[in-house]
Design a protein around this ligand. Structure first.
Ligand SMILES: *[C@@H]1O[C@H](CO)[C@@H](O)[C@H](O)[C@H]1NC(C)=O
Ligand SMILES: *[C@@H]1O[C@H](CO)[C@@H](O)[C@H](O)[C@H]1NC(C)=O
Length: 351
């Protein structure tokens, strides 16, 4: 009896803490991104599909990962940068009433090497137009200095011609998450996109605190999902004692961790604070797991094989493609005009 009363009190205190916390936050920013679990489980399937190497199946959305919650998706543009081993697509998801853009993570010979390399990445590039904002040139150039950027921007332009200022959702895993964030920023800063939403999985840090601050003002609707002890979310390292020099995540993290109660295991999805470096989220544990990096919500986030920038393409899909001098190519088609939900009348999305 005594115990039950104590429990009631504890629950009341929690409820109070939660509600008063919300009010406080609402005063600070009017644009708090709301974490939507359902959306995360849908977008993780796009982030997984973009790893597929059979371009015919991907382009026609018939690959083994191209069903379930992403069924009916229509690719407008599939961009394959052979030179830098990068891949991304842009398409229209009728059910989300949005353009979805997904970027693949690294396909280097060994994920181990790629991760070790992340420890040593220097903040060595000023982000254009943002005083004191620093990023690592490798992340920056992967998006900005490859065929990925013109391919994506062109596809977004074509989608807008058809659907007006439709909502844009960006996703990606690992390095692909970094590219999704940089692309979202680019769309906001240079291409007048209004309704931009980012949801990434296990992405690394990409810039310093000044960069994180610009980013979160410009792309407030961003969620970084971090699974348990995922090592990549801890890299490049954060050094709290060197605030001017360290990498710094932008908000908002959602940390997935397991709670064991007897024989039952619950997955908790913790929505973290607005600092980007919430000490009570993934930073409260050691980031030492590669396996936690490769599976999110039960979905595999890697290629079918490592060591492949290998691609497979059926000759009769080549008519959709164009190739540049370096062998990079883009498959492109006009979407059958999809009827989007009636409330998405052209141009009336952001009132
Ligand atoms: C969460 O996302 C799903 C899929 O887009 C959507 O159907 C649902 O309405 C969203 N929920 C909230 C509370 O916004
Ligand atoms: C940017 O890309 C061009 C063409 O691929 C290349 O020549 C140049 O070296 C790249 N710049 C950097 C800094 O990587």
């Amino acid at each position: 009896m005594e115990r039950r009363r104590w429990l009631k009190v504890a629950i009341l205190i929690c409820l109070f803490a939660v509600s008063s916390g919300r009010e406080l936050k609402a005063k600070h920013t009017d644009h708090i991104p709301i974490y939507n679990h359902t959306l995360a489980t849908i977008l993780v399937e796009y982030a997984s599909a973009v790893y597929m190497s059979d371009l015919t199946e991907l382009f026609t959305w018939t690959c083994s990962r191209c069903d379930d919650l992403t069924e009916g998706f229509e690719i407008i543009e599939l961009i394959v940068d052979i030179q830098h081993c990068l891949q991304g697509f842009v398409g229209v998801a009728k059910d989300l009433n949005a353009v979805v853009i997904a970027f693949r993570g690294t396909q280097e010979h060994s994920i181990q090497n790629w991760i070790e390399d992340l420890f040593w990445k220097q903040l060595d590039l000023s982000y254009p137009g943002m005083p004191d904002a620093m990023v690592h040139h490798g992340f920056y150039y992967a998006y900005h200095n490859t065929t990925i950027r013109p391919g994506v921007i062109n596809a977004v332009k074509r989608a807008r011609e058809l659907y007006g200022d439709i909502k844009i959702m960006l996703t990606g895993h690992s390095m692909g998450g970094a590219m999704a964030s940089l692309c979202a920023l680019d769309l906001k800063v240079n291409h007048e996109a209004q309704d931009v939403q980012v949801l990434t999985f296990g992405q690394p840090r990409i810039g310093n605190a000044v960069f994180a601050s610009y980013y979160s003002q410009l792309v407030p609707n961003t969620i970084r999902v971090v699974n348990e002890h995922d090592i990549v979310a801890h890299l490049p390292p954060y050094y709290p004692r060197f605030p001017q020099k360290t990498y710094h995540h932008f908000p908002r993290e959602v940390w997935l961790y397991n709670v064991e109660l007897g024989s039952l295991v619950y997955v908790v999805e913790k929505v973290c604070d607005s600092s980007g470096e919430d000490p009570d989220c993934s930073r409260s544990v050691t980031g030492n797991s590669i396996s936690d990096h490769l599976v999110y919500f039960g979905i595999e986030l890697m290629g079918e094989t490592w060591r492949s920038c290998r691609i497979v393409m059926n000759p009769n899909i080549e008519k959709y493609g164009r190739t540049d001098l370096n062998g990079n190519f883009i498959l492109s088609k006009d979407p059958a005009i999809l009827k989007l939900n009636s409330h998405s009348n052209v141009g009336s999305n952001f009132v």
